[in-house]
Write a protein that binds this ligand. Structure first.
Ligand code: HEM
Length: 279
């Protein structure tokens, strides 16, 4: 009797926890939906200032397409909203993960950390700008190496639109094919000791030694990431400024930080760092 009660009790508590989490997720999603709708509405109504950005282009396409009377492709309100959600999520979640992993790996690899600080000290500037990035080549190699080891988009898929034979593998029309940058990035065919952190994988020589698609963090083809090059520059400059001003140190044992493969490859939720100002 007691055991049943105990079991019932703990399942009940778990159920309540899950329900509370779902409510929080729903609340956050609602806030995001409201925010995006508000931005679109404000921009659509208030035409005094014309911005030069993606949202402006989409709004213009939407208004232009309203007057089309034929059946050709039209930008709809739903599409406008979906594009904004994609940009907001794809443009924030993946860079956040890659920055966290890079700060984690820098702290786990003191030699790399010293080399990065040497680069920054040679530059000796309060604020690092795009023009300074070419003076920080080692930091870029470290960033790429961390994206190799922990690709935020660790798997994505494509649906075959017709039967195809890829080196003897028969893929039939309608079948889903999963491509995993994580598996490709850790394939010993392309990287020596693939699980080891080695920024030299991205030296000029290292990069020439393997096919270009052996590094696939942004996908490939017509549906590849539209923010790929931007994301590389963004990561480089954000890391440069963060590390220039602050020192990061784990506040939990390094080894306790695990990979959490959800929609993106995140560090586990215990991931915390102390931040100390250095400049
Ligand atoms: C480290 C950072 C990033 C990584 C690893 C990353 C990765 C990816 C990958 C792998 C895809 C394609 C998935 C597929 O092929 O099915 C993708 C798509 C996309 N990414 Fe990124 N991304 C990053 C940053 C960004 C940024 C900064 C933006 C926007 C400013 C962005 C916008 C998008 C959009 C809009 C798509 C959808 C493209 C389409 O469906 O045609 N991403 N991203």
């Amino acid at each position: 009797m007691n055991a049943t009660n105990k079991l019932g009790g703990s399942q009940g508590q778990r159920g309540e926890k899950v329900a509370a989490k779902n409510t929080t997720i729903q609340h956050t999603a609602d806030q995001m939906i409201d925010f995006i709708n508000q931005v679109i509405a404000d921009r659509s109504v208030n035409r005094d200032t014309i911005y030069s950005d993606l949202l402006e282009n989409l709004i213009q396409a939407f208004h232009r397409d309203q007057s089309k009377s034929d059946d050709s492709f039209k930008v709809t309100k739903d599409q406008l909203f979906d594009e904004m959600v994609t940009m907001l999520i794809a443009g924030a979640e993946n860079p956040k993960n890659s920055l966290c992993w890079t700060l984690h790996m820098i702290h786990c690899n003191p030699k790399a950390k010293t080399k990065i600080y040497e680069e920054l000290e040679r530059l000796d500037k309060d604020t690092i700008t795009c023009e300074d990035l070419e003076s920080l080549p080692f930091l870029l190699k470290v960033y790429k190496e961390c994206v190799r080891l922990f690709p935020p988009a660790y798997a994505f898929s494509r649906k075959a639109i017709e039967d195809v034979d890829i080196r003897g593998f028969q893929i039939h029309s309608g079948q889903e094919v999963v491509i995993s940058p994580y598996a490709i990035h850790r394939n010993p065919k392309y990287y020596n000791n693939p699980a080891e952190f080695n920024p030299d994988n991205f030296s000029e020589k290292g990069q020439k030694m393997r096919p270009s698609l052996a590094f696939l963090p942004f996908g490939a083809g017509p549906r590849a990431c539209i923010g790929g090059q931007f994301a590389m520059n963004q990561g480089h400059i954000v890391l440069a400024n963060l590390l220039n001003c602050f020192e990061f140190e784990h506040s939990v044992p390094k080894k306790s930080v695990k990979m959490l493969p959800l929609i993106t490859l995140q560090p586990s939720s215990n991931f915390r760092m102390f931040v100390r100002r250095r400049r």
